[in-house]
Design a protein around this ligand. Sequence first.
Ligand code: AMP
Ligand code: ZN
Length: 496
Amino acid sequence: MSIKEHQLHIYNSLTRQKEKFVPQVDGYVGMYVCGPTVYNNVHLGNCRTFISFDVIYRYLLYLGYKVRYLRNITDVGHLLDDGEDRMSKGARLDNLEPMEVAQKYTLGFHDIMRVFNTLPPSIEPRATGHILEQIEMVQQILDNGYAYVKNGSVYFDTLKFAEQTGEYGKLSGRVIDDLIAESRDNLKNQDEKNHPSDFAIWMKASDEHIMKWNSPWSLGFPGWHLECSAMSTKYLGQHFDIHGGGNDLKFPHHENEIAQNLGACHTHPATYWLHTNMLLMNGKKMSKSDGNTISPDELFSGESIHVSKGYSPMIVRFFMLQSHYRSTNDLTDEALLAAEKGFKRLMEANKTLQQLATNNNATSPLDDKVNEIINAAFEDMDDDFNTPRALAKLFELVTIINSLKEGQLNINDISVSVLEKLKSAFSTIIFDIFGLKDDAESSAGPVDGLMNLIIELRQIARTNKDWPTSDKIRDTLSELNIQIKDGKEGSSWSYK
Ligand code: AMP
Ligand code: ZN
């Protein structure tokens, strides 16, 4: 396995600085990203985070790493502020078994990830499939003295942990004394905790609670943060390379995850912590609870008061790439209209580029410039996956491509080898790394390709004066309501 000669640097939220990326094991990367809570449909804000990590995953693959990418499905333990489990609430509202709710929204999530052309993770573990591992971890934390049992629930002892390790609050930058009860289980069982910032790692279930399991402490369920600690440890080991999620997860979720891993295994789970910034809509965070949300389907169909028309998934993906994953990204109709134009221009330029040909074998005046821009685009990606800057470089190339086509630049000003390099780099970045697809081509499906093939076969038959075959092709197409027009530029087809 060979890793491309690149100097990838990543901004690490834990150290608050950009660091050279050095994986634990040469050539291999372990990456864990917190996945969705499957109690209702994902919104575009969630999609932004998963698309950002898809580009990161794709870039690591491009660099030649063998990546084990985990993205979990949270199907238990993520409580609402009133203490009700999100899954139970989903089940109650839809009159379904909690597992039916999880299945329904997991499938919906997969559909939407496919529509956005994101690559599936290598492993997608579910919290409910790893209750034993979570119970084991609670026991380890208890054995190490960082948790206590109260009335069948187990709480992480943040004060003791902070005093002994000095670690609590490092990721989120919070000081233990300032921590008022911000954990999501805060309103429930508050009086059982020794300190307001302690959080439940196992909760005793009330009689009406639907999802519960036997444990040494009670019939209950794991705390929300525990699943990620237990599942990342199981599949990536006690210490792995990258841990990611939206920056709203830094506290309490990721802070508590780190505490649990340290509390159980005495080691930090991940070297690099990556956090995506929030997708806004018209200047405000997109979130379900504030009602400031738009579903992917509403955006694609245009059936929403927030947009004047529908935008295809690839336009939306392109729009997401236009801002860096650590910056906020404001979804507005104007921004989407601009993204639509930019996306089409990029796709058109790629088509033009792939058809350009030069006869020049010598080194030529444009070569250095084109090489420089291509290298700069990759350097942008090496600089903490800076997609907007890399996109800007691609648009510098678009200008050159269009000038070569229109004749403002002479096609013989570029050498064969650099033109080939440009063709390959351009499509590698837009398709393999950015994960875009040409909407025009994908919506035409295979029909265009098949029709071109049939027209070509008919042409061969005619050249060979094989009239029965060419007549059969014409007559059969005519029965299918398709007509072929022969013109100076070649033959084309249309429906009658
Ligand atoms: P949840 O299903 O709420 O656990 O969220 C799944 C992922 O989406 C988490 O990584 C969240 O941080 C992320 N997320 C939620 N809202 C937004 C938003 N408006 N913009 C970007 N990411 C978000
Ligand atoms: Zn998580």
